[in-house]
Design a protein around this ligand. Structure first.
Ligand code: IMP
Ligand code: MG
Length: 186
């Protein structure tokens, strides 16, 4: 776990703002509008995988006007470099019976794609009325499995990023923007 000797050391890890607070707010509004248009009046379940998507989920949910519930799950992934798709164990599951819902997964970022590839497989096996995946960020150049979200708000290059829910060693989730993380050693 990272330790910071000073506030300057902490701030020096934020290299460059990639997506501003205003751009993110516009993307949040757009996400909710798309959900409101697609699911005109039908009950939906918004699902996100903790912790990375919790802020995006909350901000989108505030702007959703169709009847909707939210649910959170946590998952542990077991992958190695030679096997492109691995094992995902759900460590906290959702309680809803998915047969009753149109499901929308709200994700922070699709990187290698492995986590969502497995989660979507698991949730589809529970026969939801429908299932869509919306991700705030997409790093297509890092993909290791054949997975794409139904909607990606921003495509970003292969940089490690923090902010708006995304962390490095549990820090920086509370930044109101998305920033490139500075990996340089002091
Ligand atoms: P996957 O590689 O697509 O399975 O992504 C797994 C998870 O890794 C994502 O849901 C994020 O929580 C995390 N992750 C991937 N890239 C980044 C990043 O640039 N910053 C912070 N977390 C990331
Ligand atoms: Mg995530």
């Amino acid at each position: 776990m990272a330790r910071f000797d000073s506030i300057e050391a902490y701030k020096s890890k934020i290299k460059k703002i990639l997506i501003t607070e205003e751009e993110i707010q516009a993307a949040v509004t757009k996400t909710a509008e798309i959900i409101n248009n697609i699911y005109d009046g039908t009950p939906i379940l918004l699902v996100s995988i903790l912790k990375g998507a919790f802020i995006y989920m909350a901000e989108v949910y505030k702007n959703v006007t169709v009847p909707s519930e939210i649910a959170f799950m946590t998952a542990q992934s077991y992958f190695n470099d030679t096997v492109s798709s691995g094992k995902v164990e759900i460590t906290m599951d959702i309680k809803q019976k998915l047969e009753d819902y149109h499901v929308v997964i709200i994700e922070d970022i699709v990187d290698t794609g492995r986590t969502l590839f497995e989660i979507v497989k698991i949730l589809k096996a529970r026969n939801p009325k429908s299932l869509r995946v919306i991700t705030l960020l997409d790093k297509p150049s890092r993909r290791l499995v054949d997975f794409n979200a139904d909607l990606s708000l921003f495509t970003i290059p292969d940089h490690f990023v923090v902010g708006f829910g995304l962390d490095c060693g549990e820090y920086f989730r509370n930044l109101p923007y998305i920033a490139e993380y500075n990996n340089d050693e002091e």
